[in-house]
Design a binder for this molecule. Structure first.
Ligand code: CTP
Length: 400
């Protein structure tokens, strides 16, 4: 969730500033770009050099850098940030935030920032309990700032109680969850299938297809990036998920994929059936390797169960079912026929007649057709961009 996010860390004068070093490390580890701004008093608790080394960026402490004569532009820093976290947030800085006072670079950036601002209070028990602290926190929360609540425990003064800054791990978890909770697919369970299926002939041979799994994995990644809880049922493929938190279930045959889908379909609000499932499987699987003989070898195939059609029959109100159709002729007619026969809400049509579309390539060209037969034609794009288009449509359909 924090990957590639620009995070501005404000550090105030508090003994908890020693934890800022760990916080910077954890944010960098989560893939964020971190810049640090410190109040002048914060530099007495931890050096700018420490935070600069860890963040791999200059640390700002004042408007003017006397040595270089450079001006640290608070507006630019505020605009750079995707999110700002003030940790530790001292009682003094929170009072300034409540009153709109600007007497240092940190408070100037805070007042010009347009991004979400989080603050993690840190102070002694009696300061925390003071009515003015409670009233300032109420005000800055009413302005839309988000508090990472302090912990309860031993304080630097020796007192025991509330006021201890949340641990850096807790702050990162809080930010991650909060960012996720604002995403459009947060709280939605989505089932995605990807890749080919392999149908065993004997212990060493199978019938497969050219599906690479790229489109399904791109979809799973994009859905997870939009906050969905994604379960990915994947046939044999070398693809890996880029997003963390995707539950991946590896299967081999169409029958395995059917079983896995049936297990997870009820919990899914949306199911995207992207896998290229075998339509036929050997009627008998030889238990020993079939030895070469003179003449022809005939293998009898039986039909597999159509997973998508089975799910379409089980679909309950509110569930969205999305299928794919890879066609070589009469594309739209066949896609619409599949959409209706399998009780789908949306079908993604690829035509093998479009160069750059289909199996193995990194690009795809799709047409989306919904149950009202509204058709949207997209240009040839990377599979990641196609996944983004499909996800935009899923978000719209969920909101309807
Ligand atoms: N599909 C499925 N189970 C199968 C076969 C296909 O769930 N046994 C799904 C695919 O994942 C895809 C959609 O059905 O989302 C369409 O697959 P496709 O192979 O194009 O269509 P079929 O229904 O198999 O029809 P045909 O092969 O005759 O074109």
């Amino acid at each position: 969730m924090l990957e590639n996010k620009n995070i501005l860390l404000g550090v105030c004068g508090s003994i908890a500033a020693y934890k800022s070093a760990t916080l910077v490390r954890l944010l960098i580890k989560a893939g964020a770009n971190v810049q640090v701004v410190m109040t002048p008093d914060a530099t007495s608790f931890i050096t700018p050099l420490t935070l600069s080394t860890l963040s791999k960026n200059p640390v700002y402490t004042k408007y003017f850098e006397e040595e270089t004569g450079e001006w640290n532009n608070h507006v630019e820093l505020g605009l750079w940030a995707d999110l700002m976290i003030i940790a530790p947030a001292s009682a003094n800085t929170m009072a300034k935030m409540a009153g709109g006072l600007v007497d240092n670079l940190l408070t100037a950036i805070y007042l010009s920032a347009k991004c979400p601002v989080y603050f993690a209070p840190a102070m002694d028990l009696d300061m925390w309990k003071h009515d003015s602290t409670g009233s300032n926190i109420g005000k800055i929360q009413a302005y839309g700032n988000i508090m990472v609540p302090p912990g309860n425990g031993e304080l630097a003064s020796g007192l025991h109680g509330e006021g201890r800054m949340a641990e850096p791990e807790e702050i990162v978890a809080f930010l991650t969850n909060d960012v996720k909770s604002k995403l459009p697919l947060y709280g939605f369970s989505i089932l995605v299938t990807a890749g080919p299926t392999y149908e065993a002939i004997d212990p060493v041979r199978f019938i497969g297809n050219h599906s690479s799994g790229k489109m399904g994995f791109a979809l799973a990644d994009e859905l997870a990036a939009l906050g969905a809880d994604v379960t990915l049922i994947a046939g044999p493929t070398a693809q890996v998920c880029k997003q963390k938190g995707i539950e991946r279930i590896d299967v081999v045959s169409a029958a395995d994929m059917l079983n896995a889908c049936l297990q997870h379909f009820n919990n899914a609000r949306v199911c995207v059936m992207c896998a290229a499932v075998a339509d036929y499987t050997p009627a008998e699987v030889a238990t020993q390797k079939i030895k070469k003989q003179d003449g022809e070898l005939n293998i009898t195939l039986k039909k597999t169960i159509d997973i998508l059609k089975t799910l379409g029959e089980q679909k309950s109100n509110g569930q969205l079912l999305i299928g794919f159709a890879l066609e070589t002729q009469n594309e739209e007619q066949y896609a619409i026929e599949k959409l209706q026969r399998k009780n789908l809400d949306l079908i993604v049509l690829n035509s093998l007649n479009d160069s750059g579309a289909g199996f193995k390539s990194d690009t795809n060209k799709v047409t989306l057709i919904d149950s009202a037969l509204t058709k949207t034609v997209y240009d040839l794009k990377s599979k990641t961009e196609v996944a983004r288009d499909i996800c935009t449509r899923i978000v719209e359909m969920i909101k309807q």
